[in-house]
Design a protein around this ligand. Structure first.
Ligand code: 5GP
Ligand code: MN
Length: 334
């Protein structure tokens, strides 16, 4: 971040303010971890802060400290709109364009508050007053740690804040395995452990809380996997009927897409999930190496993300969507 921006933000935060903090729609570990870390930090600076998520977060994140205070826009539009309109500062975390907040976009578009974006996605929109955006970071949580240090306030990072930061670093780095994991990431994590986080327990909370139904759904997803060795590609599909069969709950399909990449020789994996209530096919893409799934998602499936992890959606049927995908992969070099 530029020195002038840091000074300006330091000035803004010098007096107690009303602050709203926004993650993207369908918030993941990094979105929830970063917004809650910032929330606890701003409370320590005597601000009135609140996290407003566009829609609900998955159960596997419900243990995060402060998650019980998070307001869900979809559940109480009027109240959330009022808070947003009264906010003097709005932080937008872990997303690069306001449409990533779904219908909250209409409200955010009209705000006069100072907007501060902290994010690691490509091609950030210019909506914020201050933008701290850098795709070199594996997570927004790592950037929150830096943001706090820019403000010269690392002394305020307690176990609670550290726990939230650790969560996003862990989930967005695939537990420290993705290429964006640097020696600095590990140094930050070392510091978080020194501040008292129970790192092993956090992993238990995040990854060892499976329901039997979720594992059965995973089994079905793996059975449904199609592999195209000639295109170095695999994909998984799950229909609404299959989700219903295993009593799908939000979060149950998290991470399943990654299994496709674990097959030898596969560098591109996708998952197509039918969500009949929203009338869309939700898609996740993952790659290994140089194939840019962000561009692929932008060009073909109304989405975006990062080079090796992106998402998108299709308004066609599951069958048509998959047909389109199979056609596309036969024409590109992966
Ligand atoms: P996931 O597949 O885990 O939902 O998302 C992977 C990455 O792509 C995340 O960084 C997420 O923010 C981004 N992403 C997921 N869905 C969309 C989408 O519909 N539009 C855009 N622009 N990015 C997305
Ligand atoms: Mn992220």
């Amino acid at each position: 971040m530029k020195k002038e921006a840091i000074f300006a933000i330091q000035n803004l935060l010098a007096e107690p303010k009303k602050i709203a903090i926004i993650p993207h729609r369908s918030p993941d570990g990094d979105a929830m971890g970063s917004t809650l870390a910032l929330y606890h930090f701003l409370l320590k600076l005597n601000h009135q802060a609140v996290v407003i998520a566009p829609n609900d977060f998955p159960n596997f994140l419900a243990w995060l400290p402060g998650s019980e205070t998070v307001l869900i826009y979809e559940n109480d539009r009027e109240h959330c709109t009022k808070i947003l309109q009264e906010a003097e500062i709005v932080f937008t975390l872990d997303f690069n364009a306001l449409h990533r907040t779904g219908e909250m976009e209409q409200v955010l578009n009209k705000l006069t508050a100072t907007m501060i974006m902290i994010d690691h996605h490509q091609k950030p929109d210019g909506f914020a007053t201050f933008t701290y955006s850098d795709t070199a970071f594996g997570s927004t949580c790592e950037m929150i740690y830096n943001f706090i240090s820019f403000l010269d306030k690392t002394a305020l990072i307690d176990k609670t804040i550290a726990t939230c930061i650790y969560t996003g670093i862990t989930t967005d780095s695939g537990s420290f395995r993705f290429p964006s994991t640097t020696s600095t990431t590990h140094r930050i994590v070392a510091d978080l452990i020194d501040r008292g986080i129970e790192n092993s327990e956090i992993h238990n909370q995040l990854f060892d809380n499976n329901s039997y139904n979720r594992l059965q759904l995973l089994g079905r997803a793996l059975q449904n996997m199609k592999v195209f060795p000639e295109y170095k590609t695999s994909y998984i599909s799950l229909s609404q009927k299959e989700l219903d069969e295993f009593h799908y709950e939000k979060g149950d399909t998290e991470g399943i897409v990654n299994y496709g990449l674990t097959i030898k020789g596969i560098n591109f994996a996708a998952i197509f999930i039918e969500h009949r209530d929203e009338n869309i096919i939700k898609i996740s893409f993952r790659s290994q190496g140089n194939f840019d799934v962000n561009q692929f998602a932008r060009d073909n499936f109304n989405g975006g993300g990062h080079i090796n992890a992106a998402g998108g959606k299709s308004y066609e049927s599951l069958k048509e969507t998959i047909k389109k995908f199979e056609n596309l992969i036969s024409k590109i070099t992966i």
